[in-house]
Design a protein around this ligand. Structure first.
Ligand SMILES: Nc1nc2c(ncn2[C@@H]2O[C@H](COP(=O)(O)OP(=O)(O)OP(=O)(O)O)[C@@H](O)[C@H]2O)c(=O)[nH]1
Ligand SMILES: [Mg+2]
Length: 451
């Protein structure tokens, strides 16, 4: 699926692609629920385009070989820090060639090299050929490895959102470690290549000895590469994972769906946007950040679905929850917070109340809209879990159990109750978000002028 997404820009990226490396606790056991939703009725103002976020960068046209552009980029790279606000670094990653291909292409090219013309002495000619072939082999391997080292961005120059994606999907430190291993491999190949090329060029060697030195040198480089070349394949895999990450445009207003697991976030994303996340009656169905798009009155907006949040401290959160917090912390999104008071989702209303209060306080700057989901299942008696401590009950919680937060819209994806109102309110919210983005952009421009 991931590969299909890479090769076919029209193919939707499934959140599982992103999260293959994430913890597998609570993984959905093969549920397929695409038919669970009723036919959606479109709001007259809304026009939906057809794609979930895809990676349409020039992957298909990408080249393994460093181009003039990439060489230029690597030259200018260290002249100053990259602006932190830039996103989209993953779409500019160089194409990585599988280690097998690097080695065999290098061997093929090196073996085609002949001695410098005009050397009459056979031993001298062989020494010259051997040194040239070893030098060529070393360079053919070292050049692509150096390109990777130079063109994979330094994590500290990335936008904090992309930095979080790297840490949470690849594991902390893994990205730098793999790049480091690739560079160590390059250095070893260069050093062994040089050493054996000069051994082969020794004036005292006979033709046969020079031949033996050449074979020895090639074997040694091949051995090193076979032993440590898997770092290149790890890098190739990292590049694939990162390129498949949803692309976010910081200038386009974004609606981010947040809430406890299984409350109906993805069902609402499916209804509101082009995003088609998986929907299951199972917590942590959504295992990555997924982007969809909505066009409202000729304006484009982004919608992101996120993994659910549990009631626990940050240090106990899994990487899926951390991804959600990274989106809220680093992207200028408006929040659509989903509350399920039906007792269906598995997180008690009082736990949801605690998570909600924490998030609301923590992300107080975000534009915010609350929805109570699954209202088709709600009756007048608030749901109380047997595990809940009734002494801890208070007026605010009792009110929350019945109605959700003040001003929350009641919606149902099943009966479509409240959906028209939701769409209107989402539109208003995103228009306000759009004005905020423009405002902050013009403030930034003024700031630049004054500097
Ligand atoms: N009765 C009813 N069920 C709903 C409604 N909305 C969602 N569901 C069901 O609730 C379950 C969870 O829905 P999802 O949309 O996957 O919930 P989620 O919040 O994205 O879940 P995670 O990704 O696991 O956090 C599914 O079985 C849905 O069919 C609704 O309005 N009414
Ligand atoms: Mg979901």
């Amino acid at each position: 699926m991931a590969l299909a997404s890479l090769l076919n820009p029209g193919y939707p990226v499934h959140p599982l692609n992103i999260c293959d490396l994430l913890s597998s606790d609570n993984a959905p056991a093969g549920f397929v629920a695409s038919e669970l939703l009723p036919q959606r009725v479109m709001h007259p103002n809304l026009c939906f385009c057809q794609q979930i976020q895809t990676t349409a960068y020039e992957i298909v046209n990408g080249s393994y070989v460093p181009t003039a552009d990439t060489k230029q980029a690597s030259k200018t790279k260290d002249t100053g820090p990259m602006p932190l606000e830039a996103v989209g670094a993953f779409q500019k990653l160089p194409m990585v060639m599988p280690s097998f291909d690097i080695l065999y292409s290098a061997l093929r090219k090196a073996k085609r090299i002949s001695a410098t013309k005009g050397i009459a002495n056979a031993a001298k000619r062989e020494r010259n050929r051997g040194a040239k072939q070893l030098d060529a082999l070393m360079k053919e391997i070292a050049v692509p490895l150096r390109t990777y080292k130079e063109n994979f961005p330094n994590k500290k120059h990335l936008h904090p959102y992309e930095r979080s994606l790297i840490e949470l999907t690849l594991g902390d430190g893994n990205y730098e470690e793999v790049l480091g291993k690739v560079d160590t491999l390059r250095k070893k190949v260069v050093s062994v290549g040089k050493e054996h090329a000069s051994l082969c060029a020794k004036v005292s060697l006979s033709k046969r000895e020079a031949e033996e030195r050449l074979t020895e040198g090639m074997k040694k480089i091949e051995e090193i590469f076979n032993h440590e070349g898997k770092a290149v394949d790890e890098l190739l895999n990292i590049a694939k994972i990162l390129r498949a990450m949803p692309v976010v445009d910081l200038e386009t207003p974004t609606l981010c769906l947040v809430g406890a697991p299984n409350v109906g976030k993805s069902s609402l994303v499916r209804l509101l946007s082009t995003g088609k996340p998986e929907v299951c009656n199972y917590p942590f169905t959504t295992r990555g950040i997924l982007m969809g798009h909505i066009t409202l009155s000729y304006q484009n907006f982004q919608v992101t679905d996120t993994p659910g949040l549990l009631r626990r401290h940050d240090e106990d959160r899994n990487n899926l929850e951390k991804l959600t917090l990274a989106v809220l912390s680093h992207l200028p999104t408006a929040v659509l917070y989903v509350h399920d008071l039906s007792g269906e989702c598995g997180t008690s209303p009082s736990d949801q109340f605690i998570i909600y209060n924490e998030m609301k306080e923590r992300f107080a700057d975000h534009l915010w809209l609350d929805v109570v989901s699954k209202c088709d299942l709600l009756n007048d008696t608030p749901v109380v879990f047997i595990t809940e401590d009734s002494n801890a009950d208070n007026f605010e919680l009792a009110k929350y159990r019945r109605m959700g937060p003040d001003g929350a819209i009641r919606v149902s994806v099943k009966s479509e109750a409240g959906i028209d109102e939701l769409k209107t309110r989402v539109h208003e919210l995103l228009v306000t978000q759009s004005a905020r983005i423009k405002d902050s952009e013009s403030k930034e421009e003024n700031h630049e002028v004054l500097r």
